[in-house]
Design a protein around this ligand. Structure first.
Ligand SMILES: O=C(O)CCC(=O)C(=O)O
Ligand SMILES: [Fe+2]
Length: 273
């Protein structure tokens, strides 16, 4: 598939940088991102590309790594014994996802076509306010597909490292699997532990924004300072979500120990250091 056959370029004219419609779109999405800490691009990919991406995910499902962990919202599997038991760093929750790494997706995957297209990268850079973004160079990380089956959930957490996270919904379950976000739970200068504690313990559930996600919609969110979660999947079919990682520098690869946690032991062995 050509990039124009994957992306709905009628609604999102990203290959036409001089288009006034594109400029308006970028301005609106940047504003949404600044105001709400997320923005949504519904119908970003075409139905045929969506169908193919779902079929690829189903085919790769048996090779996915079952990434089941008990962790705090800072993505650590260990708490801090020096802190009280109810400190956010000591509140542990279960997260379970079936991880399909980049190398398990076909070379001609529509998700890879979308990701590696210069027009996509430049469009996303404009929305998030970066002069330039680069593809991630890790063998496993650039594009992942996360499957969540009945009983799976991703507990409240902050993303680490990246200034933004980009996801594309491929398939929604019959019930559950909702994406929720509490905008600006903390800041770069204030961990805001009391508030984080209240979100983790359900006291501030009214502050959680449910982000509607129909298949084919792209979402960009600032997950570093906004707690977010995926609620437990309650029924079939499995939730299928693609995650794309762009970088601020060229040549970024993952730490093999982190990769082994996410993708399984093979991710340690395969990396040539
Ligand atoms: O599956 C989702 O909707 C969000 C996944 C997520 O939290 C992440 O990729 O950081
Ligand atoms: Fe996240």
């Amino acid at each position: 598939m050509r990039p124009e056959d994957v992306i709905n370029v009628e609604s999102y004219p990203i290959a036409d940088p001089d288009s006034p419609a594109l400029a308006r779109l970028i301005a609106q999405l940047s504003k949404d991102l600044a105001d709400n800490q997320y923005c949504s691009l519904s119908g970003f990919i075409r139905p045929q590309a969506l169908e193919r991406a779902v079929a690829d995910a189903r085919a790769a499902r048996s090779q996915a790594h079952d990434n089941n962990a008990r962790r705090n919202c800072y993505l650590h599997r260990e708490g801090d014994p020096a802190l009280p038991a109810d400190h956010p760093r000591n509140i542990m929750n279960d997260t379970s996802t079936r991880m399909i790494a980049y190398d398990l997706l076909p070379q001609d995957s529509p998700l890879k076509t979308l990701y590696h297209w210069d027009a996509t990268r430049q469009f996303i850079a404009a929305i998030v306010g970066e002069d330039e973004l680069y593809d991630n160079a890790d063998p496993f990380q650039p594009v992942n597909v996360l499957c969540a089956e009945k009983g799976d959930q991703s507990a409240w957490h902050f993303d680490s490292g990246n200034a933004f996270t980009m996801t594309l919904m491929l398939q929604v379950p019959g019930a559950g699997g909702e994406f929720e976000l509490v905008p600006n739970t903390r800041s770069d200068t204030d961990e805001n532990y009391d508030y984080v504690h209240d979100v983790l313990t359900g006291k501030r559930i009214d502050d959680a924004v449910g982000v509607a996600r129909e298949p084919g919609s792209l979402c960009i969110f600032r997950g570093c300072n906004s707690l977010h979660r995926v609620t437990r999947v309650e029924s079939d079919p499995m939730r299928i979500m693609a995650v794309f990682v762009y970088e601020r520098q060229p040549g970024v690869i993952g730490d093999p120990r982190v990769n082994a946690n996410i993708y399984g032991p093979r991710a340690c062995g395969q990396l040539r250091l």
